[in-house]
Structure formats: C-alpha cells, structure tokens
Design a protein. Structure first.
Length: 648
C-alpha cells in the first residue's frame, strides 16, 4: 500500500494498535521546565547573534536522562517532553526577532509583562492552530525530509534501546558555561577581535566573535549554510562598505572601525532587507500549489472521518478536531485585538491589524512549516517572511493614513504575532514528523505544543527585561561591556521607522532585491543540475545584515562540520561514524545551551549591582582584557568538537 505520493508509508516504531501513556504528570512537569530553560537560552543566543537553533534533540536527550530515573517511562512520553520543550525554544525565536524593536523604537522602556505574554502566547498558539490542518499534506503525503524531526526520532529510538549521548551534551554545556564565565563574568578576554584600517579613501575590515556558541551554530547548520552566511557578510563588509567609503567623505575624527560600522548600520545593511523581502515572497510563490493541495487534502480527510466516525481513524492519525481549531482561532484573535487597540488607540486600525495578522499569519506559517520540511527548523528563514510581512504591513498602514507615531509600533506588533506563529509552525511540523516515525498520537502532541508555548510565554518578559537591564539591547548599559546586538529586531525597527518617516534607503533595498534575484537564479540552476550545494537566498540575506564578526565563527563551525563529515565518509569504523554523528551534534548543542544559561545567570548580579559586573577582575589586572586568550581557547574548542564528531 502506498500514499498519494507513491511512496511507501512509514511503519511507526510503536504500532497504532499499541497504546502507551504519553501525556503524564512527570512529562508535563519536565516538558514545561525544559520549555522555560531552552526558551531562555535561545532568547540570549538570538539577541546576541541574530540566529537560533532547534532544541528538539537536546530536549530529547535531557528527557531520556531524567525519565530513566522513573521505573515506568516510555519513548512516546519522551517524545511528548521534547515536543513541549522545543515549543518554548521556537517561541523565543519569534519573540526576540520582533519584541526588542519596540524598545529600540522607544515605544516601550521595558518589556511590558502582560502585553508581551499575551502576544507571545497567542501568536504561538495561532501557529499551532494554523498547522494542524496541514499535517496530513506536509507530514504524511509529501516527500519532505524534515531533517531535525527525523534526527530527533532516531535519537529517541537509540535512547529507548539503551544508547548514549547525555555525556556529550553535558560536557559541551560545561565547556560553554566556563567559557562564558571567563569572558562575561571574570572579563579575562574580550568577546570579539576586530579591526579596520584606512586604505587611501577606503576601508579594510576584519572581525570575529570569540564565543563557542557561534562555532556550534555553524557546526549544526552545516557547511552549505555557514558558507552562504559568511559570503553574505563578506559581500557587505569586504565589498560594498569599502566601495561606499571610497565614494563618500569621511566624518571628522571617525576611526576606520567607527566609519565602517556607521556605513553598515545606516546604509548597506538594507541590502539584506531587500534580499529578505524577495526571499520571503519567493518562498510563498514556490509553495502556493503545495499549500492549496495541502488544505484540500486536509478538508477531504476530515470529511471522510466525519462520515466513518472518529473510532475508525488509527490512533496515529488523530488530530485535534477541526471545529475546535476554528473556535480556538477566533477566541485567540479577540485578546490580540484589544492589545492592538491599547497600543494604537484606534479601533479601526486595531481591526485592520487583526485581519492582516490572520491572513499573513496563515500564509507564512504554512511557508515556515514547508521550509522546515526542506531545510530544518534551525535553517528556517522566519526572519525573512517576517520582514516581508513587516514591510507590507507598514505600507498598508501608511496608505490608511497611520502617522509615524503609531504606525511603526502597529507594524511591529503584526510582525510579532506572525513571527511567533511562523516559528511555532515550523517547529510543530518537525515534532509531528518525529511523532509519525515513533507512532505518537498527533492530537496529544498538538496539546503539548500549546502547553510548551504558554509556559515559555509566561517567562519571556522577565528574561528579556533581565537581559535588557544587565547588558542593554543595541545600546550598552556599561561602556566596558558590549550590548546584545539584536540584529533582526534592530533591522525590523529600522524598516518600520523608515517606511513611515519616508527615509528608508530604497536604493540599498532595491540593490538587495537585485542580488536576491541573482541568487535565486543561481539556486534554480544548481537545483536543475542536482547539485549538493545550493544557494537559498535567505541564508545569504541573513549574512548581509549580520555583523561580519558573527558570520566568521559560524563559517569556522561549518568548516569543522565539513572536516568531520569527510572523515566519517571515508572511515571504515562504522561504530565511530555513528557515534560521532550523534555526539558531535549533542556536544555542539551543549556549547550553546551552557553559554546561554550562564549569560542569563550573569545578568542577575549585574542588575543587582546597578549595571556593574561585580565579578569582573580585568580592572585590577593591567593586561586584561585581551582577545588572544579567547582566540586560543576557541581554537581548542574547535579541536575538541572535531574529535567528538569523530566519535572520540
């Protein structure tokens, strides 16, 4: 028997005729706890680097380690825990890409608890609801790979069979934590090494961040994406910025490093905006037929189930009832309307925002779900579709006559809901794919997605406020401690403000659009040739608007991934190959999680000490801080990661 794609159906690990406990008290408690923990970690990473990574596999490993302490636990219970936990991590991405823009725009001075919680929670819930009707088409009837969903299922199966991996995760976490404590706590070395020199009337720049988390990001996303992110950054910082500097007068008393940063932040970064808009619209255009077919397939399946009865549907095919999905969706919109009205003070604008949010949310949640199937959640370009949403919303609000005092905030709020929905939509499909392989009940996973979203939403505002008051977002709290750059949020604030103040550098935006068209054309050629190397436009766009210092360690991590992949491909040691594939990923995930957790914990004494770090010893040691100790230690981390990825 085959499905409508002609592919053989997946035989689940646990047959649909076998019923195991899935939603249990210990699974709920552990899922909620991990959702909060991983949401905080990803919030820090996203504000620092502008990129987040999927936490499904680390959550699955931690879940296995904890649930083994109980006499009665099973693989489907583990799957439920990682489903809830990964929802919190994904929600953090949607929040940190958009909410800090309200701080940057001076709409908020701090993260308003109830508005932040309401928008984050309902945006995430809407993402779950939008993707429920698409599960059958995307997960069951398509040939989408869902790489992280498949990997998560395999990790859980290995754990169920007595596998290993917990040690790699925790050792990586310890190294990441110690590294962050040495840099951010004791101040033993600087966070980055960078420099720029004047070459006649132009600039030569180079920089690299020294945090292991970015090496881990590059390792996880792989060499293809890592190269594209770096090439985007190199195009901006090593080509466009020098050309711009050579053709414009230098500011008085500005150093080469200051002038390069000014050019990037006010001009050339908008090339990335244009590329993002084209990339988001291109993704929607390519997926349109699949979206229509998916909705039709889901409606057909629900009609058949209604005629035959729910009991006739196998346990592994039972989704949340479609009528309750519709009711929950309508109920979710009402509080958002009141939040929109409270911020804008205009009922008509709030109503328009609600309509735009629903339409854009559904379309782009479906795009995010499909893209997760193609490239995985870590590579899912939700910032691209959010930028496209933000630009279109801003232009529509401007057309309605919304002024520059209200318009940018209104556009950001629409983008915030859509971004949270997109982030959860992609994550939801990955979890449902893992559940399909394992034999989980989709309806129970969808319930735990909502639980994980709400748990994370309730702690987002305190975590963001803590990071804001300790480090600063864009503007540093202390001159000797760098602020969290929040690249996506800064970009979105600039786009929204630029549209309403009519000073958006459209020449740079158009240049980015042209670049994006060229990259798309190249990708189509590579696709036609069946090339293993592809050029997804949104990966390049991310690199264009990231500081080059963040793109460099991501490339280094990608090179480690490439070296380990080549070794595994050539070795005859099958056991080392399989062990390295698993432990390398878990070690990298540990580096990110450990560093992020310590970053959040260090914020507590800094806030309590009125913005000063009481642990910093650099002021009492003349040669501190320096970049070189950090660079040497980072090289050692890369060597260790490579050895772990070889199964050693």
């Amino acid at each position: 028997m085959t499905d409508r794609t002609g592919a053989a159906p997946i035989e689940p690990y646990i047959p649909h005729t076998t019923s195991l406990p899935e939603i249990t008290v210990k699974a709920i408690v552990l899922g909620v706890g991990l959702s909060i923990l991983l949401a905080g970690a990803n919030a820090y990473l996203g504000l620092l680097a502008g990129m987040t990574v999927s936490a499904s596999i680390p959550a699955a490993v931690i879940s296995m380690a904890v649930l083994r302490m109980f006499k009665r636990s099973n693989i489907l219970e583990n799957n439920i825990v990682q489903t809830a936990a990964s929802a919190g991590e994904s929600l953090a991405a949607g929040v940190i890409f958009t909410f800090p823009a309200l701080i940057i725009l001076n709409v908020w001075t701090d993260f308003d608890y109830w508005q932040t919680t309401t928008i984050a929670a309902l945006g995430g819930v809407i993402g779950v609801l939008f993707t429920i009707p698409l599960r059958r088409a995307f997960v069951c009837e398509s040939k989408l790979k869902f790489p992280e969903g498949v990997a998560t299922a395999e990790v859980l199966k290995v754990g169920d069979q007595g596998g290993e991996g917990v040690k790699s995760l925790f050792v990586g976490g310890a190294i990441g934590a110690l590294f962050k404590f040495g840099e951010g706590g004791l101040g033993l070395w600087t966070q980055a090494i960078e420099g720029a020199v004047r070459v006649k009337s132009s600039i030569a720049y180079f920089g690299s961040n020294l945090l292991p988390a970015l090496i881990a990001v590059g390792y996880i996303v792989g060499i293809n994406i890592a190269v594209l992110v770096f090439l985007g950054g190199a195009l901006n910082w090593l080509v466009v910025v020098p050309i711009y500097a050579a053709n414009h007068p230098w500011p008085a008393d500005a150093t080469a490093l200051e002038w390069a940063g000014e050019i990037w932040s006010t001009r050339t970064r908008y090339i990335g905006v244009g590329a993002m808009v084209v990339g988001g619209l291109w993704a929607l255009l390519r997926l349109w037929k699949s979206l229509v077919a998916g909705i039709a397939s889901s409606v057909r399946a629900y009609r058949e189930a209604r005629i035959a009865g729910t009991d006739s549907i196998p346990r592994t095919e039972r989704d949340a009832p479609i009528q309750w999905v519709g009711v929950a969706l309508m109920v979710s919109v009402i509080p958002l309307f009141f939040v929109f009205n409270q911020v804008t003070g205009h009922v008509g604008i709030a109503l328009f925002m609600s309509v735009v949010m629903l339409v854009a949310g559904f379309l782009f949640s479906a795009v995010a779900a499909y893209m997760a199937g193609l490239v995985g959640s870590s590579n899912n370009p939700i910032s691209g579709v959010t930028i496209a949403t933000l630009l279109m919303s801003s232009l529509l609000l401007l057309w309605l006559g919304t002024d520059s005092a209200t318009g940018p905030a209104a556009a950001i709020l629409i983008g915030a809901v859509v971004c949270c929905a997109c982030a959860i939509g992609g994550d939801n499909m990955q979890d449902l794919k893992a559940g399909q392989i394992l034999g989980a009940t989709p309806r129970k996973q969808q319930i735990m997605q909502v639980v994980g979203v709400i748990a994370a939403a309730f702690v987002m505002a305190p975590i963001l406020s803590l990071l804001l008051n300790a480090y600063g977002i864009v503007d540093p709290v202390s001159p000797d401690r760098p602020a969290l750059a929040a690249p996506q949020a800064t970009l979105m604030a600039s786009v929204a403000r630029g549209v309403f103040e009519r000073n958006l550098p459209w020449n740079m935006v158009v240049m980015g659009m042209v670049v994006a068209v060229g990259i798309i054309a190249l990708d189509l050629v590579l696709e036609k040739r069946g090339s293993g190397f592809r050029t997804p436009v949104l990966a390049v766009a991310v690199g264009i608007y990231l500081p080059l210092e963040l793109s460099t360690p991501i490339l280094l991590g990608g090179l480690v991934s490439l070296a380990a992949h080549r070794w595994r491909r050539n070795t005859m040691d099958r056991e080392a190959k399989e062990t390295g594939l698993r432990t390398g990923l878990l070690f990298a995930a540990g580096l990110i999680t450990g560093e992020a957790i310590v970053g959040i914990l260090l914020a507590i004494p800094i806030v309590m000490n009125k913005g000063e770090n009481p642990l910093n010893i650099s002021a009492s040691v003349s040669w501190l801080p320096s970049a070189w100790p950090g660079a040497a230690l980072l090289l050692m981390v890369m060597v260790v990661l490579y050895r772990v990825a070889r199964g050693k």
